[in-house]
Ligand binder design. Structure first.
Ligand code: HEM
Length: 500
């Protein structure tokens, strides 16, 4: 026992020594280990990755390697070169190893080995094409249940509410009901609607609290008290998502049925299944609500943008001889007829979506950049893109990149603008909120339809104002860089009432 301990200690010391000694080879990207042994830049990186990486970019250029908690991460920030990573074979650059580590740290999920590509193909088909139509329809009814059948929303007096709370709450609850099913079959039955409202609120309230802890859980930085709180919230959510509860639901989506079948085929037991379901709740519902928050806030702060969206919306409805009140759904054709809204959404996501696209280097390899430079990467390092810095916030690509310009992605003839340049060369990747390559979001079309439906129902049925028109757009919760949509540091109060 003593020997084993001594050998383990010696091994750890040797590893630390090797890490401390690592120096850059001429063929490798610039190396910045930071001053703290082993930890390297972990603290700065975790606190505010965007500021830290832009400082590193100024110092080293658009490719460099940093040390973060014992791991060496090469950051690539030249969007012309992103294809060299995105389409590299999974024998060299692996996506799932790091994803499995996060699943365990954040959700206590341990799954047997499986082919992530096969899983992706199956789940993608449940969210797209003909299945998208039924999801869009279900989302419409669930949004109505939460927005228009809820007596607390039907007042013609102003009601105060936090915009983030409203956006995230309604989107997560409606999205959850759409994918995981309703309490009973009949959407229009008031008692079923009551139950759906109560149950989805219980899920949201627990999920929201857990969401505030997840980023630090991913970095293994929770305090003992936070760990306890996270465990209790997860326990509560696992009960709400238990096999028995989910089996008893009506109107379950094909996505849920397919995922459940997939878990069963893998031999995942009944205790692990709710954990995987909670992880999927985060993956499928964690981004759309925050996106709606920023979009509505930008519209409220930019009256010209709000007027353009409102008038496009009125025209879409009027041209089809309808009123929103008569509508039993919003057709795909209508959802696809909103170029101004699409530009607003693209611009919102450009400013507020900040995922990392990350791969483990499985074997020593060479990375060839678009300008012909070649760099060696070492086995067991990580390669990471951060599209938020470039292309999304790159002043060479976008004029005044920090400003919201609602028509940035619109041509003069109202078609989508897709030509953006860096260094005189047209870019293939100029906005990457949905990821890219094998990391592309499989729920993109459902997400876009859901966001549009929520905003359309809200703007056509309610008057909406900032409580304080001078309120400043809040800063970002900086610990969330790298994990998808950003969230605000603080909420913004609005008032809303049913239109006359
Ligand atoms: C504004 C809303 C959304 C944004 C910005 C977004 C963005 C992303 C991004 C960047 C990824 C890649 C993450 C990575 O590989 O590390 C991703 C993955 C994923 N997204 Fe979305 N997403 C959104 C909404 C949704 C919705 C509504 C669904 C499903 C209903 C969904 C389902 C998924 C799933 C299942 C994955 C993981 C795919 C995989 O296994 O690789 N997303 N999303």
């Amino acid at each position: 026992m003593c020997w084993a301990l001594a050998v383990a200690l010696l091994g750890t010391l040797l590893l630390l020594l090797l890490l401390a000694l690592r120096s850059r080879l001429p063929s490798e990207p610039p190396l910045d280990r930071g001053f703290v042994p082993w930890l390297g830049h972990a603290v700065e990186f975790g606190k505010d990755a965007a500021s830290f990486l832009s400082k590193m970019k100024q110092k080293h250029g658009d490719i460099f390697t940093i040390q973060v908690a014992g791991k060496f991460i090469t950051i690539l920030l030249d969007p012309h070169s992103y294809d060299s990573m995105l389409w590299e074979s999974s024998c060299q650059l692996d996506f799932s190893k790091y994803a499995h580590l996060l699943m365990d740290r954040m959700f206590d999920v341990k799954l047997p080995d499986y082919d992530p590509n096969k899983e992706k193909v199956m789940l993608r088909s449940a969210l797209q094409n003909k299945n998208l139509l039924s999801l869009t329809k279900a989302m419409f009814f669930n949004l109505q249940t939460l927005l228009l059948s809820d007596p607390s929303n039907l007042s013609r007096q102003w009601t105060d509410k936090g915009l983030f709370n409203l956006s995230y709450g309604i989107m997560l609850r409606a999205g959850y009901l759409t994918l995981y099913g309703n309490e009973e079959e009949n959407y229009n039955d008031p008692s079923c609607q009551d139950k759906d409202r109560a149950h989805s609120a219980e899920v949201y309230n627990a999920f929201y609290k857990l969401d505030q802890l997840l980023m630090r859980a991913a970095r293994s930085m929770l305090t003992a008290a936070e760990k306890k709180e996270a465990a209790s919230l997860k326990g509560h959510l696992w009960k709400l998502l238990s096999v028995k509860r989910l089996n008893s639901k009506a109107n379950k989506s094909l996505w849920l049925e397919s995922y459940k079948q997939h878990l069963e085929e893998l031999g995942v037991d009944e205790d692990m299944q709710p954990r995987a379901m909670l992880m999927q709740l985060w993956a499928t519902q964690g981004n759309a609500g925050p996106a709606v928050f920023w979009l509505l806030l930008f519209l409220l702060k930019h009256p010209a943008a709000m007027a353009a969206v409102q008038s496009e919306l009125e025209k879409v409805i009027r041209d089809r001889g309808q009123t929103m009140k008569q509508m039993q759904g919003i057709s795909q054709e209508m959802l696809d007829s909103t170029p101004v809204f699409d530009s607003v959404l693209n611009e919102t996501l450009r400013l507020t979506a900040a995922p990392f696209i990350s791969r483990e280097v499985l074997a020593d390899m060479q990375l060839k950049l678009a300008d012909g430079r070649k760099f060696s990467l070492r086995k067991e390092d990580r390669l990471c893109l951060f599209p938020y810095l470039s292309p999304q916030m790159d002043s060479e690509i976008y004029e005044e990149p920090e400003k919201f310009k609602y028509d940035r992605f619109l041509n003069a003839d109202n078609t989508e603008r897709r030509d953006f340049y860096k260094g005189g060369e047209r870019l293939k990747y100029y906005n990457m909120p949905w990821g890219a390559g094998i990391n592309t979001c499989i729920g993109k079309f459902h997400a876009v339809n859901s966001i549009k439906q929520f905003v359309f129902i809200l703007l056509t049925n309610f008057d909406l104002e900032l409580k304080d028109p001078e309120a400043r757009i809040p800063g970002f919760d900086k610990g969330r860089y790298g994990f998808g949509m950003l969230q605000p540091e603080n909420d913004i109060m609005i008032q809303y009432k049913l239109k006359d």
